[in-house]
Design a protein around this ligand. Structure first.
Ligand code: HEM
Length: 450
């Protein structure tokens, strides 16, 4: 019988070359301090598949587009997302999409998908425009803005209007703090909810949100609101199945958590590169100025193609989720490497996004690589995977793209941006990518072009 780790995973992976790191903590600090550098060093030393140990887990890493495809597409149903994410998410989100597998996942995802249908997306576009137009005006008089908290505030207002259908002004600080506390519990140093630990605080914060939203459900079931919460309360699949009250709360809190930091991070990174590359600001601004004043409607979003390249390029260089986890449920084999059953597997999206094997000059900010002419990202279906792939591919991908394009559009129409700090900004990568200095930029107001 194989030896099990503290999360019940198989630890018998010595047949695969790699590094176990220091006693007890393994490579945890190497991942935390130098996520990309360590992933690259491991890949260069051991190749496409290697073993590692960190976050109290023993795991095998697959570090290539083929590896990402093998695990995420998972044609043979060898991998469990539920078990793979268990160490990070099970306590906080035991009944959400990432912690469900196969039939149960399909059932919930189908109901959930109705919340992101075309007609729903059109109404979210309207809500997002309203929020962003109001919020970006607050940057006008500030001179220097710290982009990370600035974008976070906009994303929180979007969450309030488009996700929850409430005016958060009164409760904004409370909700914001509650989310910070929940997300701090996602990559815990101490993996058990002992009083005072990050997980313990996160579980209490989650309960606070449940108590806050639960009394609203009955009214939402009969309301004509256009927000995600209302739609979740009314969502049905084709057979008419709907969510229980607890399932609504579980999905709502998980969706908010999945959306908030990822969107904030990726837009902050896009703003960082735009501030460093005024020529790209000019390019996007010229397109934005060509659109009518006011809200960008859903059908005009396709005009913002170059905004999308910039956002995709930001997601390539700094994917908010650079490492994704699964657990094998069957013994299987990838390119001759045997993966025993019950083994924790990590796919290194972050390495692949920056590898010269798949991208030309990967560390250059070069949004045109996403243009139809160059289409570098299409060399392999899984070389650009910031939203994952397969059955668990991000359900909010289109929503995130839309929110990013609308936000960049309104910001660039109104302002020029220059970095107000050294251009080599230091970023924390795990658990959430963010600039250590908050990313201060000078905001230079422009005349709005009619
Ligand atoms: C730039 C922003 C975002 C990024 C980079 C991102 C990234 C991801 C990734 C990588 C996954 C797959 C995880 C896996 O396979 O294990 C995922 C799943 C998910 N995302 Fe996103 N996400 C973003 C925005 C959003 C938004 C805006 C929403 C909601 C409106 C959302 C909701 C979800 C949900 C519910 C899942 C779980 C899907 C499932 O398991 O079936 N995400 N996201």
């Amino acid at each position: 019988m194989s030896k099990l780790g503290i999360y019940g995973e198989n630890t018998d992976v010595a047949h695969i070359a790699g590094s176990d790191g220091w006693p007890l903590v393994g490579n945890t600090f190497k991942y935390l301090l130098n996520t990309y550098g360590f992933g690259k060093a491991m890949r260069q030393t051991y190749g496409e598949v290697y073993r590692s140990r960190a976050f109290f887990l023993r795991f095998i890493v697959l570090s290539s587009p083929d590896g990402i495809e093998y695990v995420l597409r998972d044609e043979a149903q060898n991998f469990s997302s539920k078990l793979g994410w268990e160490p990070f998410l099970a306590r906080l989100f035991p009944n959400a999409l990432p912690t469900m597998d196969f039939e149960e996942h399909r059932f919930h995802r189908k109901i959930m998908q109705s919340v992101f249908r075309h007609a729903a997306m059109q109404s979210y576009a309207g809500l997002i425009n309203d929020v962003v137009i109001e919020d970006v005006e607050k940057w006008r008089e500030q001179g220097v803005v710290k982009v990370y908290p600035g974008i976070k505030a906009i994303m929180l207002d979007i969450a309030a209007k488009a996700f929850l259908g409430i005016d958060l002004k009164k409760d904004a600080e409370f909700i914001n703090q509650t989310f910070i506390t929940i997300n701090n519990g996602l990559a815990p140093i101490i993996p058990s909810p002992l009083p005072g630990t990050a997980i313990w605080k996160a579980l209490r914060a989650r309960q606070t949100l449940f108590d806050y939203f639960r009394p609203m459900i009955k009214q939402r079931k009969a309301s004509d609101g256009k927000d995600i919460f209302t739609r979740l309360c009314q969502a049905k699949d084709e057979e008419g199945a709907e969510f229980s009250e607890q399932a609504i709360l579980d999905h709502l809190v998980n969706v908010l958590s999945a959306a908030h930091d990822t969107s904030t991070t990726s837009l902050t990174i896009a703003m960082y590169y735009l501030a460093k590359h005024p020529e790209w600001q000019e390019r996007l601004r010229a397109v934005s100025n060509g659109l009518p004043e006011g809200a960008v409607d859903y059908s005009s979003l396709e005009m913002l193609e170059e905004h999308e390249w910039v956002f995709k390029e930001a997601l390539r260089i700094y994917p908010p989720a650079p490492q994704l986890f699964r657990r094998s449920i069957n013994a299987c084999e990838f390119k001759g490497y045997k993966i025993p059953a019950n083994t924790q597997v990590m796919v290194d999206v972050g390495y692949t996004h920056r590898s010269a094997e798949y991208w030309s000059n990967p560390m250059d900010f070069d949004p045109e690589r996403f243009s139809a002419d160059r289409a570098e990202h299409k060399r392999h279906k899984y070389q650009w995977a910031p939203f994952g792939g397969g059955a668990h591919i991000c359900i909010g991908m289109q929503f995130a793209m839309m929110a990013a394009k609308i936000t960049l559009h309104h910001l660039l129409k109104r302002y020029k941006f220059e970095l107000d700090c050294d251009e080599n900004v230091d970023f924390t990568i795990l658990p959430i990518t963010q600039p250590k200095n908050g990313l201060p930029v000078r905001v230079i107001p422009l005349m709005l072009q009619e």
